[in-house]
Design a protein around this ligand. Structure first.
Ligand code: NCD
Length: 304
C-alpha cells in the first residue's frame, strides 16, 4: 500500500505523470466526473486549513466520490483523549484513503503504521507539505515549461515553513536548479536541508535583503511567518513584517519572474501585486484541485 508522506516518496517520473494527468483533468473535467464513484476520502484536519482541505474535498467530489472527516481536533474524539493511532484505525474502516494534517512532525508516518488505507500527509507541523509541493510543481511547469535551470528564490519563514521544505527537496532533483534563500537570521532554512543541498552540490545562497536578488530570480516563493510555531509572541511581532512585496519592488524584477505563495498571506504580499501578470498564487489555488484529483486517482488505482 502506497502512502504520500514525503515528496521524495514520488519519483520525478511519477510527478511528471501526475502533472500530465492533472492538466488533462483541468482541460476536460467532464471526462472524470464519475471516475471515483463509490470511493470515499476522509480528511482529518487537526490544524486549521482552507485550501488544502477544501481542495481535497472538491477533488474527490469532482470525480463522483464521497468525503467525510473533521476540520478541527476538538470536533473529534481527540478532545476526549483518544490517541491518533486509535482515531486512524477507526477512520480507516470507513474510507478508502485518508488525507491528514497534524501539528506534530511525523504524525502521518505514525498514522500510516495503523491505517488500513493509504495516508496522505496534508501538512505535519513545521516539517513537510508534499501536496502543496505538487500544486507548486504543476504551477511552475505550466508557467515555465520546465523545472531545469531555474533560479528559485524562497522568501520569509524558511525555518518553520513546511511548504518550503518540501519544495526544496522536490526542486533539488532537477538539473541546473539554483536556490536563493531570503530570510532573517532567525528564520533560515533548517540545517538538515542546507546540508542536503551541500552534499548534492546544489548551488544556493542565503541573503537577508530581497531587493538585491529580485532581478536574477525566475520564481519568487513568498511565505507567511508561521506565528503558531513561535515560542513567544514578541519574536513573531518583531519578524512578521520583515518582507512585504509591493508593486515598487516588483519593478526590480524581470518580466519572466513568477511570484508564488502557498497562501494564506498575511502582510507579505500587498494586494496591489495581485493584478501583476507575474503573480500566480491564485493559479496555484486553481491547480491544487486538479493535482489532488490526479493524486487520489493514482493512489486508489494501486489499492484496487
Ligand atoms: C500552508 C501550510 O499549511 O503550510 N498553507 C497551505 O496549505 N496552502 C502555508 C501556511 O500556512 O503558511
Amino acid at each position: 500500500m502506497r502512502n504520500l508522506i514525503d515528496i521524495a516518496d514520488l519519483s520525478p517520473a511519477e510527478i511528471d505523470d501526475l502533472i500530465r494527468l492533472a492538466g488533462d483533468m483541468r482541460a476536460h473535467p467532464a471526462d472524470y466526473r464519475e471516475s471515483q464513484r463509490g470511493r470515499i476520502l476522509a480528511t482529518l484536519f487537526f490544524e486549521p486549513s482552507t485550501r488544502t482541505r477544501l481542495s481535497f474535498e472538491s477533488a474527490m467530489l469532482s470525480m463522483g466520490g464521497g468525503v467525510l472527516g473533521f476540520a478541527s481536533a476538538d470536533s473529534s474524539s481527540t478532545a476526549k483523549g483518544e490517541s491518533l493511532q486509535d482515531t486512524i484505525r477507526t477512520v480507516s474502516c470507513y474510507c478508502d484513503l485518508i488525507a491528514m494534517r497534524h501539528p506534530k512532525e511525523g504524525a502521518p508516518i505514525a498514522a500510516s503504521l495503523k491505517s488500513e488505507v493509504p495516508i496522505i500527509n496534508a501538512g505535519d507541523g513545521g516539517h513537510n507539505h508534499p501536496t502543496q509541493t505538487l500544486t507548486d510543481l504543476m504551477t511552475i511547469h505550466r508557467e515555465k515549461g520546465t523545472f531545469s535551470g531555474l533560479t528559485v528564490g524562497l522568501c520569509g519563514d524558511l525555518k518553520f515553513g513546511r511548504t518550503v521544505h518540501s519544495l526544496v527537496t522536490a526542486m533539488s532533483r532537477y538539473p541546473g536548479v539554483r536556490f536563493v534563500m531570503i530570510s532573517p537570521q532567525e528564520l533560515r532554512l533548517p540545517g538538515y536541508l542546507i546540508q542536503q543541498l551541500a552534499v548534492q552540490g546544489i548551488p544556493y545562497a542565503e541573503v537577508e535583503r530581497m531587493e538585491d536578488v529580485l532581478p536574477e530570480l525566475d520564481i519568487l516563493y513568498m511565505t507567511r511567518v508561521q506565528r503558531e510555531r513561535f515560542f513567544n509572541e514578541a519574536d513573531y511581532v518583531r519578524l512578521k513584517d520583515t518582507y512585504i512585496l509591493t508593486p515598487e519592488k516588483m519593478q526590480l524584477a524581470g518580466p519572466n519572474l513568477r511570484v508564488m505563495h502557498p497562501l494564506p498571506r498575511v502582510n507579505e504580499i500587498s494586494p496591489k501585486v495581485d493584478a501583476d501578470p507575474r503573480a500566480v498564487y491564485f493559479e496555484q489555488v486553481r491547480n491544487g484541485r486538479y493535482i489532488r484529483m490526479a493524486l487520489i486517482t493514482r493512489l486508489l488505482e494501486e489499492v484496487q
